[in-house]
Design a protein around this ligand. Structure first.
Ligand code: HEM
Length: 324
């Protein structure tokens, strides 16, 4: 499918629009395609040379060359790259951004997390850490709890768009049966689901916090069930939909969890994240600690909005310091 088929020729008019934002969008659209075509070409050449490379791009290129199973088209390869870049980049990076700030606001939680990493890894250097041994332990412990709680309170998709499609659908709500007509668009309000006190009890504000800022309800240890040996708390179906549920749930969930565990374990084993404060490690800090914390908490409420995903538009200065 060409871009004309996908978007109609009207999309081309953006390039002739008097608005610079339209021109930029059009140029980005074209350039992104050219970059990706170059990447696909390079990956194809690597394959032709018989060089091993196990990555997502290689799987897509292989599917494009698979005569036996039926090739997927060039535009399907580009479309899939687009979905993975769109779905995979902003989601994990913004989640990481929120986690860094939340840990800086809550040094006591950060210390407990670092203690759990020290207990798990001991003196083993990162070069010996493995997906098979270390990832399941991290995901089912303190680190997994911090990630799960952050995507609950600061879920990257505050709403998930769905459609009933060509036929009507029935749903049960509080014992009543309802019919939703065909071709109806439904927005599932993830934020509201994740704040329903029936499933997610409100945590009293921690010292220095002022409700109702969402950060006051960020309580990672609510997920830990270590005493009972069950790993993390298993929420009731439908009450935790950060990665959605069902056939179209996030295909990159495990990828995101591995990525976040790897980055956070590495950063926090060797360093700490602090709010930049006056006289502290960062030259930029101009506030004392309590002021910097209040500012960060406020930004996590007022400064958060939706761009490509939920993100912090406000500014919070952080320092990364060595634990030595
Ligand atoms: C914290 C990280 C992430 C969160 C919270 C998240 C969440 C979601 C959600 C809520 C959906 C919508 C599912 C639906 O429509 O029912 C989705 C879809 C998707 N995600 Fe993620 N995602 C994350 C990371 C990633 C990563 C790292 C990748 C790729 C490597 C990825 C790839 C995708 C794709 C391809 C879809 C579309 C799936 C489909 O329509 O069948 N996501 N994600």
């Amino acid at each position: 499918m060409t871009y004309q088929e996908a978007f109609g020729t009207s999309a081309e008019y953006m390039g002739h629009s008097p608005f610079s934002s339209h021109k930029l969008a059009w140029r980005s659209f074209l350039e992104w395609r050219w970059y990706m075509e170059d990447l696909v070409k390079a990956q194809r050449e690597t394959r032709l040379l018989g060089q091993e490379s196990q990555n997502l791009l290689d799987s897509l290129v292989a599917a494009g060359d698979d005569e036996e199973k039926g090739r997927i088209s060039e535009s399907a390869i580009l479309g899939n790259i687009w979905v993975f870049v769109l779905g995979g980049y902003h989601t994990s990076s913004n989640t990481l951004h929120f986690i860094f700030i939340l840990l800086a606001i809550h040094p006591e939680i950060q210390r407990e997390l670092q203690k759990s990493l020290d207990e798990h890894f001991g003196d083993r250097p990162p070069s010996t850490w493995t997906h098979e041994v270390d990832f399941p332990a991290l995901l089912n412990g303190h680190l997994g709890a911090v990630i799960a709680e952050t995507v609950r309170v600061f879920g990257v998709l505050p709403f998930i768009p769905k459609s009933t499609g060509s036929s009507s659908q029935t749903l049960t709500l509080d014992g009543g049966l309802y019919t939703v007509p065909a071709e109806t668009t439904i927005l599932i309000n993830t934020s509201a689901v994740h704040r329903n006190p029936k499933y997610w009890p409100i945590t009293p504000p921690k010292p220095g916090e002022r409700a109702p800022f969402p950060v006051s309800n960020w309580d990672p240890w609510r997920w830990l069930q270590i005493e009972s040996g069950n790993g993390l708390f298993n929420p009731r179906p439908g009450s935790y939909i950060s990665f959605s549920e069902g056939a179209r749930q996030c295909i990159g969930k495990r990828f995101a969890q591995v990525e976040l565990c790897a980055v956070l374990a590495r950063v926090l084993k060797e360093g700490s994240i602090e709010l930049a404060v006056k006289g502290g490690n960062s030259e930029k800090g101009s506030l004392d600690w309590a002021q910097a914390r209040d500012h960060a908490i406020k930004e996590l409420s007022d400064g958060v909005g939706f761009g490509m995903s939920l993100e912090l538009f406000g500014k919070v200065e952080l320092s990364f310091v060595s634990r030595d």
